[in-house]
Design a binder for this molecule. Structure first.
Ligand code: BG6
Length: 506
């Protein structure tokens, strides 16, 4: 059992970027919830670190506020918070300074002496990527990660800015750590519904015979967001939707849909199958890019009665920015299973709905038995995996509408988390932090996966960077994105699928 395995592994978390947003919103609430649910080891220590000069108490207050505001379990209780927070401390640090790491070394030794055991040490890099190399190198110089079975480093996204920088970072990290010590985060992989794609595909015998080009007409992966830039303009304006969402989250979802069945559920077995998908994906020529990849940028619009700024008016964004806030791409996976099946993906900010959907559209029946008047609202079978906000799997089939006429319409057979389970799904970061403690890399990206994903999208990024879009901004906030994205899929005779608002969980 995971829970007994974890209890006996004393663990020290050193969180770089401890005073940052990610820690307040995600990491601290996740660690607290793991604690509440009995998943934290008997002995643990969370050391937040950053440049700001804070006392332990200041730091505790800061993350306490974060937990109270963002935890799925709501506000803390006094007794649980007291129990948890006695394990939380702060160390002011300069990531470039060797004395910082000496201090960590001392603290590690003190804890280990007190616990009378070697501890798992998890260095969590929740900092801007330009600090990754310096922190990793200093950890190595201070000899804090010499035991490959105990010391781990967690790298937040973005992992590289392009193929070259991702390769450089991989090279640097692999010169210091074993691959089994490196945890590259893609938080989508920790989402409950995303993990369920594997359960759904590989624990049900009825799917495999139809999960291929003979039955599937197209696959759509749509990750749309209503939010705009917020405070992240400085990062996002140098990234854009392809880097921010497609290179990582969306390609990971695509791999889960397209991968072959693994022999078992071990981390490398699964990651081998996924990397095979990326390697099988058709490379883009400049001609393909024009017909298979489109970009967009939002202009002002009205959301829930309020006017929101266009992208170029957002804080910390270049007023002439050429950065895409929307991307749609048609991919192909050139292998026996998927030859000829288009995989359409789209993502964007400031769109009409926030939702993440994977839609598998099946081919039509080979012969129509029913008269045309019976089939006016005919729809091909679809399997819709709704990742968020609704957490469900829907199979759309045709059924006879009750009545004396033979009239067919599409109905949904639904597996809905809310209706099926009473327990609440953990947050992605809870799953991922627990796996980091357990040393399970199944839901983390391996170095070759990250590089294969960059390799695939580099031609698109290069083409877009070298040619400024003259049409930006080309979609209004609260729309479904630019018209070119509709045309991309309509040219093949399909349309983007959305779940009606009534199905949306607010
Ligand atoms: C992050 C991106 O990785 O994922 C953000 O940087 C995006 O721009 C976010 O908003 C979406 O994650 P989620 O879990 O809200 O779908």
């Amino acid at each position: 059992m995971k829970s007994s395995a974890i209890k006996s592994q004393p663990t020290i978390f050193i969180i770089f970027g401890g005073t940052g947003d990610l820690n307040s919103r995600k990491l601290a609430p996740a660690l607290y919830n793991l604690f509440l649910d009995g998943w934290m080891p008997n002995e643990f220590s969370i050391i937040g670190t950053g440049r700001t000069n804070l006392s332990d108490d200041d730091f505790r207050t800061k993350i306490h506020e974060g937990i109270n505001q963002f935890s799925r379990t709501g506000k803390t209780t006094e007794s649980k918070w007291a129990e948890f927070s006695k394990n939380v401390t702060y160390q002011v640090s300069d990531a470039k300074d060797a004395s910082t790491y000496k201090e960590f070394g001392k603290r590690i030794q003190q804890h280990e002496a007190e616990w009378k055991q070697e501890a798992n040490i998890i260095f969590y890099l929740a900092v801007s990527p330009n600090f990754f190399p310096i922190i990793a190198s200093n950890i190595a110089k201070a000899k804090l990660a010499t035991n490959p079975d105990k010391a781990r480093i967690v790298i937040e996204k973005p992992f590289g800015h392009d193929l070259e920088t991702a390769k450089e970072l991989n090279k640097l990290l692999s010169g210091i750590f074993d691959e089994k010590q490196i945890y590259r985060i893609d938080h989508y992989l920790g989402k409950e519904t995303v993990q369920n794609i594997m359960a759904f595909r590989f624990a049900n015998s009825i799917l495999e015979p139809i999960w291929n080009r003979n039955y599937i007409e197209n696959v759509q992966i749509s990750v749309t967001e209503q939010l705009g830039m917020g405070e992240r303009g400085d990062y996002y304006d140098g990234a854009g939707a392809m880097r921010d969402m497609v290179q990582n989250h969306i390609l990971q979802l695509l791999c889960l849909v397209a991968m072959e069945t693994p022999i078992n559920f071990s981390a490398d077995e699964l990651r081998n199958r996924k990397v095979e998908v990326l390697r099988a994906m058709r490379k883009f020529t400049s001609e393909d890019i024009r017909s298979s990849a489109v970009r967009g940028q939002y202009s002002t619009g009205w959301i829930e009665g309020k006017q929101v700024p266009g992208y170029r008016e957002e804080a910390k964004v270049n007023p002439q920015s050429n950065t895409e806030t929307f991307a749609a791409v048609k991919f192909f996976v050139d292998n026996w299973r998927w030859q000829g099946v288009p995989f359409y993906v789209r993502t964007g900010k400031r769109l009409h709905q926030s939702s993440s959907l994977i839609t598998i559209q099946f081919k039509d029946v080979p012969h129509f038995v029913f008269p045309p008047e019976a089939t006016e609202s005919w729809q091909q079978n679809r399997l819709i995996i709704s990742i968020q906000p609704e957490m469900s799997i829907r199979l759309q089939v045709q059924a006879k509408r009750p009545g004396l006429d033979m009239v067919l319409n599409a109905v949904d057979m639904v597996f809905d988390y809310d209706g099926t389970y009473t327990s609440e799904a953990p947050e992605a970061y809870e799953t991922l932090l627990l796996d980091t403690m357990l040393g399970d890399q199944t839901l983390f990206m391996r170095g070759d996966q990250v590089e294969a994903a960059w390799d695939l999208i580099m031609p698109i990024l290069n083409a877009w960077e070298s040619k400024k879009s003259l049409s930006f901004p080309n979609y209004a906030a609260d729309s479904w994105g630019p018209e070119v994205a509709e045309a991309l899929i309509a040219r093949d005779g399909f349309h983007w699928f959305t779940l009606p608002l009534s199905n949306k969980k607010k």
